[in-house]
Design a protein around this ligand. Structure first.
Ligand SMILES: Cc1ncc(COP(=O)(O)O)c(C=O)c1O
Length: 413
């Protein structure tokens, strides 16, 4: 394995890694090799500190108290909305906080979906989708008497634009697709797909759960992507669990009814009826995940202040990772990964056994169907192992995985 010139300098990477305390852990008497970033990312100390600070000096509730702790919480919380907007190249009033990418997609399905999808209409997804971007659309279609159309992928894992063109017509109300596949690591040509969808009058929702930690800022700018909705989870971009974002185009959000109702989202209410606040508050019923949102702010601050070449470092590492996995004995890679992720199967070994053996050597990967069961069926396997990167991974991590895979081969010759 030849070190790539694009990899970060050793001292710089060491600094990035020191900032993430969990990377110093030892697992089964081995240094932790964390290659499960697609499941969840590890947290920089700055995020841990921000969350701790909420429990101490910002411990009040938001948007309701006039005392010092409530005001401190409100100020820190409110600062994150414009920050997320900058991250996506959008406006703050288009950013809705949710409990995660899954909740964001369900919000669109329940609110906009019930409004615009009727009998005989269609929703388009792709074969790549995570259950979070599939099941809400299945239920909506069943409820509304609509059809769910599934766009095929090519052998290398990219979305077939020919098949998409075949599946698009005036009956399609929404196209929902992932920006970066959590299994195959393929990056969707979102702008091209959005233009095709808009040409038949369909809206476009992009599941950015896997993309946000890996793609460059310009690749995440919603205006360049041309989509109508973009969703992601904080925990996959170095923030806390239980927090997510729905970005939606202002004019669409303005017309959408609330999904969940309760405190905070109403303008006025009497015993019989309620008036709702404009977006984003209309879609944020109840006390939000205050520490989650503030932690997300700390994560985005940390990430966006890393040098731009962290993306080149990760891309070079991804090439090295794919080469190492491809070269491991008995291993077959699924598709042709473009970024962050590589999923693979080992001949004659169940993925759970492989992952357990890797764990014995301190190497954390995911095993199973990665919440993409239909995609695994389409690929002719029931499960796979997945190694996934973050900017803080090193060539040493790749070597540790390669060595551990060789050891797996000794158990399953
Ligand atoms: C592509 C993709 N979409 C959606 C999700 C759902 O994210 P969450 O469970 O944080 O809501 C995931 C999580 O693995 C994912 O990988």
């Amino acid at each position: 394995m030849i070190p790539e010139p694009l990899l970060a300098q050793e001292h710089e990477l060491a600094r990035w890694r020191r900032d993430v305390p969990a990377l110093a852990l030892r697992v089964h008497d081995h240094p932790l090799t964390y290659l499960d970033n697609a499941a969840t990312t590890l947290k920089p100390q700055a995020v841990i500190d921000a969350v701790t600070q909420v429990a101490l000096a910002q411990a009040g509730n938001v948007h309701r108290g006039v005392h010092a702790l409530a005001e401190a919480a409100t100020e820190a919380f409110d600062a994150v909305r414009p920050q997320v907007a900058r991250f996506l190249g959008a406006s703050a009033d288009e950013v809705i906080f949710t409990s995660g990418a899954t909740a964001s997609i369900n919000l669109v399905a329940h609110s906009l979906g019930r409004q615009v999808v009727g009998p005989g209409d269609a929703i388009v997804v792709t074969e790549l989708e995570h259950h979070a971007n599939l099941v809400p659309w299945q239920l909506l279609c069943a409820e509304r008497g609509a059809e769910l159309r599934v766009v095929a992928i090519l052998e290398d894992g990219r979305i077939s634009l020919e098949d998409l063109a075949r599946k698009l017509d005036r009956r399609v109300k929404l196209v929902a697709l992932c920006h970066l596949s959590n299994v195959l690591g393929t990056v969707a040509p979102v702008a091209e797909i959005a233009a095709m969808a808009h040409a038949v009058g369909a809206l476009v929702l992009v599941d950015g759960a896997q993309a946000v930690a890996h793609l460059a800022p310009a690749e995440l700018a919603v205006s360049r992507l041309g989509c109508d909705f973009y969703v992601f989870s904080a925990h996959k971009v170095f923030g806390p669990t239980g927090t997510g974002v729905l970005w939606g185009r202002r004019e669409l959000l303005a017309q959408m009814p609330p999904w969940q109702t309760g405190g905070e989202m109403i303008a006025s209410v009497d015993y019989q009826r309620a008036q709702f606040r404009p977006p984003p508050e209309r879609f944020e019923a109840g006390t939000p995940n205050i520490s989650g949102v503030i932690g997300l702010g700390a994560a985005l601050h940390y990430l966006t202040n890393l040098p731009a070449h962290r993306a080149a470092h990760e891309a070079a590492l991804h090439r090295a990772l794919c080469a190492a996995v491809a070269g491991a004995p008995g291993v077959t890679i699924l598709g042709r990964p473009q970024a962050a992720v590589v999923s693979f199967v080992v001949a004659r070994a169940h993925p759970h056994d492989v992952a357990t053996l890797l764990d014995q050597r301190g190497v954390a990967v995911r095993a199973g169907h990665h919440c993409a069961q239909p995609l695994h069926g389409r690929l002719g396997v029931s499960a796979s192992c997945r190694a996934s990167l973050a900017y803080y991974n090193s060539l040493e991590d790749v070597r540790a995985l390669a060595a551990a895979l060789s050891a797996v081969r000794e158990v399953f010759p």
